[in-house]
Design a protein around this ligand. Structure first.
Ligand code: HEC
Length: 161
């Protein structure tokens, strides 16, 4: 029950995407004024593929999933120096190269879904919503390695010296 209600709220909040509203609308029974009991356990897998609203919770979820599924190759910082790479697996590019900094968030989602070159697809392991969460976390990682010094506090600048 809880999970369906959450999905419904997400759908309504991001009302700009009709698809989301529609796909969740069927879960809502306006006469009964509640989420349809038959749909109580909506699996994560069925979450809409449009990007959910960017929230801290989403990024934290992405961090958690990234650490499980992606760091073995991409490394904690996304620099492509994960444990498996250090043992000889072909290294992925760093997320901090210009091309990937400029890539769309959707590109990360698509790479997780379909794989990319030597990297296999994670579609069967990472549900659509978690792909967005991971993509949002990669954006945060990129940002963390590329903060203009003008935006740093005096303390942070000192720490870099
Ligand atoms: C087993 C190692 C491995 C794992 C695990 C892995 N990747 Fe990769 N990834 C690679 C390799 C290798 C490449 C480079 C592929 C190529 O260019 O042929 C790559 C490339 C990428 C790229 C860059 C695509 C581009 O445009 O160049 C992204 C983004 C990416 N991976 C995201 C992820 C995410 C997100 C996860 C976790 C869900 C993940 N990867 C898990 C090995 C891995």
């Amino acid at each position: 029950m809880k999970r369906a209600a959450v999905l419904l709220t997400i759908g309504l909040l991001s009302g700009c995407d009709d698809m989301i509203v529609q796909s969740n609308a069927k879960l809502y029974d306006p006469e009964a004024g509640r989420v349809h009991p038959a749909e109580e356990t909506v699996p994560w897998q069925d979450a809409p593929e449009a990007p959910p609203p960017l929230t801290l919770a989403l990024i934290e979820r992405g961090q958690q999933r990234f650490r499980i599924d992606c760091t073995p190759c991409h490394g904690e910082l996304g620099d492509g120096q994960g444990m498996i790479v250090q043992r000889g697996f072909s290294p992925p590019p760093s997320y901090h190269i210009a091309r990937l900094r400029e890539a769309s968030t959707r590109h990360f989602y698509d790479v997780i879904t379909h794989g990319y070159g030597a990297m296999y697809s994670f579609a069967d392991r990472v549900a659509p919503r978690d792909r967005w969460a991971i993509a949002a976390y990669i954006r945060a990682l990129q940002r963390s390695q590329d903060v203009p010094t003008a935006e740093l506090t005096a303390e942070q600048k000192q720490a870099l010296k």
